[in-house]
Write a protein that binds this ligand. Structure first.
Ligand SMILES: [Zn+2]
Ligand SMILES: [Zn+2]
Length: 194
């Protein structure tokens, strides 16, 4: 299969060919139809996140090795399912990418997104800038109904982030005005959700 990978931190992605993964047990292999490009990918490609006050964390320090396939806004179709997965090949799905370790206090209490040993697709594990992506469990495959698949892909990151921000708003009166600052991926997603 063909992927576009970070081969050298901070440099343009390069085409990488490797064998198509074989899903085992609960794993599901998804044929990628489209994958959104998130602003975070620019930071991931550079190999470090700025934590402020001159501090930063590198992706190498959390175990990311090159070449690495980014892409966490994935929409596709189930290509093959492991022996313990019941989802049928051909099923269209958005891939929820924010996977945790599954065993820590956060993961076992339904807060997988707060896991400190996260295994998110496209930031820790190989993501969707590829023909195929391996998903550890069918619980991460979501039906997107009648949405345009290209829009559905963005629900996994910018859609979720905007939805979460809007949910934190206090109750609004008819006379209130909500100002969205910026009209990039998040701002436009918020506008679409209102
Ligand atoms: Zn993102
Ligand atoms: Zn965890």
């Amino acid at each position: 299969m063909k992927s576009y990978d970070i081969v050298e931190w901070g440099k343009p992605l390069q085409e990488v060919l490797r064998d198509r993964p074989k899903p085992v047990d609960t794993e599901v292999l998804v044929k990628v139809q489209a994958c959104g490009v998130c602003h975070s990918d620019l930071h991931i490609r550079d190999g470090l996140l700025d934590l402020g006050n001159g501090k930063h964390i590198t992706f190498e320090s959390v175990g990311v090795k090159l070449p690495f396939t980014m892409g966490h806004e994935i929409v596709g179709v189930v290509a093959e399912a492991g022996s313990e997965a019941s989802v049928k090949p051909g099923t269209p799905c958005v891939v929820y990418p924010w996977h945790g370790c599954g065993t820590c206090l956060n993961c076992t209490n339904g807060r997988e997104v707060d896991c400190e040993s996260g295994r998110a697709l496209g930031t820790r594990k190989p993501g969707g800038y590829s023909d195929y992506v391996l998903v550890p469990h069918e619980q991460y495959l979501l039906d997107y109904g009648k949405l345009d698949p290209l829009l559905a892909a963005t629900c996994a990151c910018s859609g979720l982030t905007s939805f979460s921000a809007l949910k934190k708003l206090p109750p609004m009166l008819d006379a209130d005005t909500l100002v969205l600052i910026g009209a990039g991926g998040l701002g436009l997603a918020a506008l679409g959700l209102r």
